[in-house]
Design a protein around this ligand. Structure first.
Ligand SMILES: [Zn+2]
Length: 166
């Protein structure tokens, strides 16, 4: 196999951010956006929506950066992970466009997520325990991702990143 061609990436910066004074991200919270790719971007460009992700991934794997890594995105709300509250302060937020209860993640979405996570995983020494989803950090309040799709994603991350590191 030849070298993989990276997925295309655009940047549409959301106003819904805080500066991160110590951007020592401890991991990633994965979401689905329910809305489609363009509708989600449009919503996050509106200050009134009060929501944003660092990155949104379309069904074909194309990515949109909405908040740079140096800033806090407003994706998790009231949440708890790694013994701490307010995941937005220490977790990056990545969303898959669509609704994982209606449609499974595409293989391209999973591959694109791995491509996005890989350099950050290496730079920060993350492990699989640093990866989670909205459902798990806000139980009873949020249901993304579909547990079956979370399991698929987690297995793919393990195969691509944990095995590769050893
Ligand atoms: Zn979510």
């Amino acid at each position: 196999m030849g070298a993989a061609v990276p997925f295309p990436e655009c940047e549409r910066l959301s106003p819904n951010t805080d500066p991160a004074f110590r951007p020592e991200w401890l991991g990633v919270v994965f979401h689905h956006s329910v809305l489609g790719f363009e509708e989600t971007i449009a919503r996050m460009l509106q200050p009134a929506s009060q929501v944003s992700y660092h990155c949104l991934i379309r069904a074909d794997g194309a990515r949109c950066t909405l908040v740079p890594d140096g800033q806090i995105a407003w994706h998790a709300g009231a949440s708890h992970f790694l013994g701490r509250n307010r995941c937005n302060d220490f977790m990056l937020g990545v969303a898959f466009a669509g609704d994982t209860y209606r449609e499974p993640l595409s293989d391209a979405q999973i591959a694109s997520a791995i491509e996005w996570v890989r350099p950050r995983w290496r730079a920060r020494g993350w492990s699989l325990e640093c990866m989670t989803d909205h459902r798990q950090v806000a139980p009873g309040r949020k249901d993304d991702l579909n547990p079956a799709e979370w399991n698929r994603l987690q297995s793919a991350l393990a195969a691509a990143l944990v095995a590769a590191a050893s």
